[in-house]
Design a protein around this ligand. Structure first.
Ligand code: PEP
Length: 283
């Protein structure tokens, strides 16, 4: 075939392909939310697993992920496993994320990892401001905001964690605490494509306790309202619930208005539990 004819044929195929792509129905989740607020089920593996464990867990997640429509899946392994896990998940639609990053891109910060390094290893998301980092490493809202900014600089999506302690809840300060954390942690210029919020009551993490449905609903509604004053497109930002989510309570929690998915710790270490939670997000 003459080169010019071949180019023309390829161009025609390209145009047909673009038409087909344009006509595809946009992806929605079971709540009818369009792409921007499709359910996101994210696993936070915390400081657990060596390479063989991480790859085995990722493969088990990959094995069950294929049958799950209308939900986005993400696993956040320890930084040492990101490249291994990303390779194990290459063929499936499960994203990989980091659990923290430094605010700078590089430099004299022994032991730290930048968002650019996480991206280079295969991450698409970074959890920032998890309560364990706020407590163990004294991370302030300003530091969390700088980390979220660094995540955006590296082209990744930041999952900004906020949540009240038990003392703050008992003092009736939950909504005020969430508002102040949002105002302090959400970076300027954030968009629905680059920002996810995780509401994680500190007292619910790893304890088996969860807030009641009306309590979760009130927190998420307040977060949405506060976000609306901080950025444009707040209605499209996904707000995850995190704190002792497991297969037995996932359906109830994920059905709540403005709950757009879950950030799951303990239960994400068992593929069957993680996949069962993800299944609840589709039904
Ligand atoms: C977490 O640490 O983000 C978390 C939600 O943990 P768990 O599910 O174990 O409560």
């Amino acid at each position: 075939m003459q080169p010019r004819v071949r180019v023309k044929r390829l161009a025609a195929v390209g145009v047909r392909l673009i038409r087909v792509i344009d006509q595809r129905p946009s992806k929605t989740d079971r709540k009818g939310n369009a792409m921007a607020r499709r359910m996101l089920i994210a696993g936070n593996w915390k400081m657990n697993g060596l390479a063989a464990d991480g790859v085995a867990l990722a493969r088990d997640v990959a094995g069950g992920a294929a049958g799950l429509d209308g939900v986005d899946l993400l696993v956040c392994p320890p930084a040492t496993l990101i490249a291994h896990v990303a390779a194990a998940l290459e063929e499936v639609d499960v994203a990989v994320g980091g659990q923290d990053c430094h605010a700078e891109a590089n430099g004299a910060h022994t032991g730290d990892i930048s968002a650019e390094m996480l991206a280079d290893a295969g991450a698409r998301y970074v959890i920032v401001g998890h309560s364990e980092r706020r407590a163990d490493h004294g991370e302030t809202d300003a530091m969390v905001r700088a980390k979220a900014q660094a995540t955006h600089r590296a082209g990744l999506t930041a999952i900004v964690c906020i949540g009240e302690t038990l003392a703050e809840r008992e003092a009736g300060r939950t909504l005020a605490v969430l508002e102040s954390q949002l105002r302090g942690s959400v970076p300027q210029g954030a968009s629905a494509g680059t920002l996810v919020i995780a509401y994680e009551p500190v007292w619910a993490i790893g304890t088996g306790k969860t807030p009641t449905v009306p309590e979760v609903e009130a927190a998420h509604a307040h977060i949405r309202t506060v976000l609306g004053g901080l950025m444009t497109g707040a209605d499209n930002v996904r707000i995850l619930y995190g704190g002792s989510m497991k297969p037995a309570n996932a359906a109830e929690l994920l059905a709540i208005a403005d709950v757009d998915g879950g950030l799951i710790g303990g239960a994400s270490l068992k593929a069957a539990d993680f996949l069962a939670i993800a299944k609840s997000a589709t039904s």
